[in-house]
Design a binder for this molecule. Structure first.
Ligand code: PDD
Length: 291
């Protein structure tokens, strides 16, 4: 079942207009969330980011946070899902051809939830291959990567390059040749025992997983450096990993045919365990609250 605007409808009846500006112009925003044991992890943070993305494109979300929460849980329940990946998409809605948002009186609101499928174990055991691609991450004063927008061509072009080179994920540089992020992930590396990751103002999405990892590292007494890094920093790193809501902490074994130290590295493993602990604790707290 799909939640479309105000109701649950069967998948084959979840249809939207060809005049939807999400389709015509990529005019809209989205969030991807993960539920563990029937509890959506860090729901509030994802909703905050959804509302911030909406604000940044002058889109009024036709529901409150509470209404969205209810609708997400209703969708999961209708699909009998406990471990799920949820996508909330909101587009400008249907309207005549033309860029003016005022042409579209009503945003289109969609929730999709699917059973979470584990990534292959070997990805975590051996690390994935990534490629530093030529496609630059969108310049933040043109289309800010902080907007989780439906317009994903920048990332898709990078993904195509990565696939052509036999890599699972791409890493994009920003326009000044500083490491930015992956197509659907943030990037971290370990150098001299410090955990390094591009600062948000390099022009990246401030990943929710990224923030949790930074907190976990600080709690473990690991030095964290958010800054500006070159691709050579990645090539010479002792450990590299990427992060997002569904992958959590995914070790990288190879970048552009250069093998990365021990994989998965000690700090990568420790941070993934710490992340899993935070998930377990969050789920436990939420369940206590429900009871
Ligand atoms: N992508 N950077 C980009 C460009 C992303 O699209 C994502 C998430 C991230 C990581 O953010 P988070 O830790 O909050 O998931 C970083 C989601 C998973 C997606 O596109 O479906």
């Amino acid at each position: 079942m799909i939640y479309l605007n105000d109701e649950l409808v069967p998948k084959n009846k979840a249809l939207i207009s060809v005049f939807d500006h999400g389709f015509l112009y990529g005019d809209g925003i989205y969030e991807t969330l993960r539920a563990y044991n029937g509890v959506v992890f860090r729901f509030d943070e994802h909703l905050e980011r959804l509302f911030r993305s909406a604000f940044m494109i002058s889109l009024t979300i036709p529901k409150t946070s509470e209404e969205i929460k209810q609708a997400v849980y209703e969708t999961m329940k209708a699909n009998r899902q406990e471990d799920a990946v949820i996508r909330i998409s909101i587009s400008r809605g249907a309207g005549p051809i033309g860029l003016d948002p005022d042409l579209c009186p009503k945003p289109t609101f969609v929730i999709m939830s699917g059973e979470f499928k584990e990534y292959p174990k070997q990805y975590y055991q051996k690390g994935i291959k990534i490629a530093i691609v030529n496609t630059r991450r969108n310049f933040k004063d043109a289309l800010n990567p902080q907007i989780k927008s439906l317009n994903f061509l920048n990332n898709i072009l990078a993904k195509i390059e990565a696939k052509d080179r036999g890599a699972y994920e791409a890493v994009m540089m920003n326009y000044r040749e500083y490491v930015a992020e992956g197509t659907i992930s943030n990037i971290f590396f370990v150098k001299d025992k410090a955990l390094c990751t591009p600062a948000v103002d390099v022009g990246i999405l401030d990943g929710i997983t990224r923030r949790i990892i930074i907190d976990a590292a600080k709690e473990a007494g690991i030095d964290v450096k958010e800054g500006r890094f070159r691709k050579e920093d990645l090539y010479n790193a002792q450990e590299v990993f990427i992060s997002n809501t569904t992958m959590e902490v995914m070790p990288v074994g190879e970048i552009d045919d250069i093998k990365i130290g021990t994989k998965p590295g000690r700090i990568t493993k420790a941070l993934h365990s710490a992340y899993k602990k935070k998930v377990a604790e969050y789920i436990r707290q939420c369940r206590l609250h429900i009871k």
